[in-house]
Design a protein around this ligand. Structure first.
Ligand SMILES: C[S@@+](CC[C@H](N)C(=O)[O-])C[C@H]1O[C@@H](n2cnc3c(N)ncnc32)[C@H](O)[C@@H]1O
Length: 283
């Protein structure tokens, strides 16, 4: 385990690197996180000290060390249908409304983005709901391939897991009622459960940093950006929601995490109570 108490500057140097890489600011009070999550990576890198470690991360052409640092310093907590209520609103109101736009021929494609999607439970929860709506007849006449779902995250490790669509016994049990497990997952080696190809193929995963220009992703009817802005400072949050507003179509929806709100952007979004849950609607 790397001993951060030897040089008082080490923590500041690492913390600055992480903040520049992904905008997550971790101060002295998070010393235990650096120790627990980076200790082994620092030891294995062969760096002589922390400035050397950061030099290596910046110089490495493959970006592998940088990715390892980001993978380990970001928090990937996620689960199926997280917070339950807003997912009921998606199922009962927002997704059927989007379906109607396809049924009426007003649109030929609906685009949905899960920004900071972690290991994929969030965008796959959307795909599962669309399947349910289709089998209940709510999306009659609509081909599910007309829904384009994109998930992105900064962490390559989580994206790898998301693309595989394979989950441990614990992950599958978090938030996922048995109905879904029985009908849309195959039991696979190592006591894991793998999403059936028809669900996996509905979601495309990309590596993206929320600091990047998002406009080249195109425009979306629904954007989920949940439980990530809580890690950012106010000025970056403001900038992020300005940029997210640019990729949401007029009347499109933004879904935040259960503890998040967007009072600063009333000129861009109106808040809307959809069957008991708050969504933000692009003006
Ligand atoms: C706590 S998880 C939230 C996952 C999911 N949205 C949910 O609510 O269940 C936060 C995710 O944000 C990602 N993340 C953190 N900083 C990021 C950044 N600057 N750009 C893109 N993704 C980022 C992390 O890698 C992590 O997977």
């Amino acid at each position: 385990m790397f001993d951060f108490s030897k040089n008082p500057n080490d923590l500041g140097i690492l913390s600055q690197y992480v903040a520049q890489a992904c905008c997550i600011h971790l101060g002295e009070e998070k010393r235990y996180l650096f120790e627990a999550r980076l200790g082994k990576i620092i030891a294995e890198s062969g760096a002589v000290d922390i400035p050397d470690f950061i030099r290596m991360a910046k110089a490495e052409a493959t970006g592998r060390l940088r990715d390892k640092i980001i993978d380990s310093m970001t928090t990937h907590e996620t689960y199926w249908f997280r917070d339950t209520r807003p997912w009921e609103s998606l199922e009962n109101a927002i997704l059927p409304e989007l379906g109607k736009l396809l049924q009426s021929g007003k649109k030929s494609r609906i685009r949905i983005l899960s920004a900071a999607c972690s290991t994929g439970q969030e965008p796959y929860s959307i795909a599962l709901l669309l399947h349910k709506l289709k089998s209940s007849g709510m999306l009659d006449g609509v081909n599910l391939s007309s829904f384009e779902i994109t998930g992105f995250d900064i962490s390559p490790g989580t994206l790898f897991l998301a693309s595989a669509g394979r989950y441990s016994q614990l992950e599958i049990s978090r938030g996922l009622p048995d109905y879904w497990k029985t009908n849309f997952f195959d039991s696979t080696l190592g006591n894991t459960w793998t999403l059936k190809p028809e669900i996996r193929s509905m979601v495309t995963f990309k590596k993206r940093n929320l600091q990047d220009d998002l406009s080249n992703l195109g425009l979306f009817d629904l954007v989920l950006c949940r439980n990530v802005a809580i890690y950012f400072k106010e000025d970056f949050k403001k900038d992020l929601f300005n940029r997210l507003a640019q990729v949401i179509l007029p009347n499109g929806h933004l879904m935040l995490g259960g503890t998040e709100s967007l009072f600063t952007h009333q000129h861009l979004f109106s808040s809307e109570n959809v069957s008991g849950s708050f969504f933000y609607k692009r003006k």
